[in-house]
Design a protein around this ligand. Structure first.
Ligand code: ATP
Length: 396
């Protein structure tokens, strides 16, 4: 049996495209970050008091997705830590993954070598433990809260408020916060006290343009791909597609990586622009699949109702979708949600690009929406059936 494993591994190793594929993955923090010199300089200036063991101001960083916020923050902290490791420590928490106040506090405590049970304590108790722990250690603690909008939208900004006030309870140690978000409007929703404290310093990351993305891709391609595996037209196309999509470097790098994987799968030794086109379709399909499979149960049911309804007609009204949904809920023996909620679900599905809901005026009958699908029926069915056993058993 181990022959099979060796055989597969040896063919994988024989790829002609990648030298180090992992350098194109989103978690990799490169040694140089072109076109972010100003942001790096500004963060270093704000954090400079660390050199004198003094607490820096809190920083609030915002900019659209893929504009380098996380990479730049990690890069600066890593490099400052190399120089002043006796003056501070830093803890990075992604609050989309650790998306409750409990998990965030537990993550921070665990980084400080303090074991925390998975559940069972109050957040107030965790906070007390954190203060106690920090009072034992000397240095300044920089806490990076990445994607904080995700957590605050679900749980409110109480934990941020507590963090910004924690220094009053600390003796030797001090906390500085770096909050990162890609939702620019999010700042306005914060409690004014949190806003002014977290936003002592604000840094904006603008989107990259196509030329900047080309530089980023070229630099990364040099490290990750074999020398002759790529030509300029491929880099240009990846950069142009990602620039159109609000200047997102992650998207540009994903396009390049997936195009490389497609070329390698086909045994080629060079990536072509048609591989990039295929990569674009593949990435979009994965994105849609991910959205669909993580939808809440009733949203999935509404979609199935739409699929059934569209067998006989080309579009459906909101009322027709609701009727079809009620029938399904009844058949499955689940409690249905209100028509108002179904209407909200339809808006959400429209916003993420799964359906199209066009408002039409029906004269004296008022306005309604004409609902149709914006993605293929196959992918909806596949994602929902594969992610929800109850719906799958009804469908089969
Ligand atoms: N200037 C740059 N040079 C090289 N690589 C970059 C640059 N900016 C971003 N990247 C790369 O692009 C990807 C996305 O960047 P990053 O995660 O920092 O974006 P972000 O702004 O934090 O996005 P999000 O808000 O979605 O988390 C990462 O792989 C990162 O290494």
């Amino acid at each position: 049996m181990s022959d099979i494993i060796d055989e597969v591994l040896s063919t994988l190793g024989r790829g002609k495209i990648f030298r180090a594929r992992e350098l194109l993955l989103p978690d990799y923090v490169p040694e140089t970050l072109p076109h972010r010199e100003n942001q790096i300089r500004k963060i270093v200036e704000i954090l400079a008091p660390l050199a004198r063991s003094e607490k820096p101001s809190n920083i609030f960083i915002y900019g659209l997705t893929g504009t380098g916020k996380t990479a730049v923050t990690k890069f600066v902290l890593k490099n400052l830590y190399k120089r002043f490791s006796s003056n501070f420590i830093y803890i990075y928490v992604n609050t989309r993954q650790s998306d409750t106040p409990y998990r965030i506090l537990a993550d921070i405590l665990e980084s400080l070598n303090s074991k925390v049970p998975f559940t069972g304590l109050s957040t107030a108790e965790l906070f007390r433990r954190l203060i106690r722990k920090l009072n034992e250690v000397n240095p300044i603690v920089i806490i990076v809260l990445d994607e904080i909008d995700a957590m605050v939208k679900k749980h409110g900004d109480d934990i941020l408020y507590r963090f910004t006030r924690a220094n009053n309870e600390l003796n030797k140690s001090k906390i500085s916060l770096i909050g990162i978000t890609n939702d620019v409007k999010f700042v306005e929703t914060l409690d004014p006290r949190v806003k002014s404290s977290l936003g002592e310093e604000e840094i904006v990351f603008p989107p990259y343009n196509a030329e900047e993305l080309e530089d980023i891709l070229k630099q990364r391609a040099k490290l990750a791909l074999n020398e002759n595996a790529i030509k300029d037209d491929v880099i240009k196309l990846c950069a142009a597609l990602a620039a159109r999509d609000h200047g997102d470097a992650r998207r540009a790098l994903d396009l390049l990586r997936v195009a490389g994987e497609i070329a390698e799968r086909e045994g080629k030794d060079q990536i072509t622009t048609s591989d990039v086109e295929k990569a674009r379709v593949e990435i979009e399909r994965d994105r849609v699949y991910e959205i669909l499979s993580t939808l809440p149960f009733h949203s999935k049911l509404v979609l199935i109702a739409i699929l059934k309804g569209l067998r006989d007609k080309s579009t459906l009204t909101t009322g027709e979708v609701y009727e079809a949904y009620l029938k399904l809920a009844n058949k499955m023996g689940v409690e249905s949600v209100t028509q108002r909620r179904v209407s909200d679900i339809l808006n959400e599905l429209d916003m993420v690009g799964i359906i199209t809901a066009k408002v039409v005026n029906r004269g004296r009958y008022g306005k309604t929406k004409e609902i149709s699908l914006a993605v293929s029926e196959d992918i909806i069915l596949k994602a929902i059936v594969e992610s929800d056993e109850r719906i799958a058993s009804m469908w089969n």
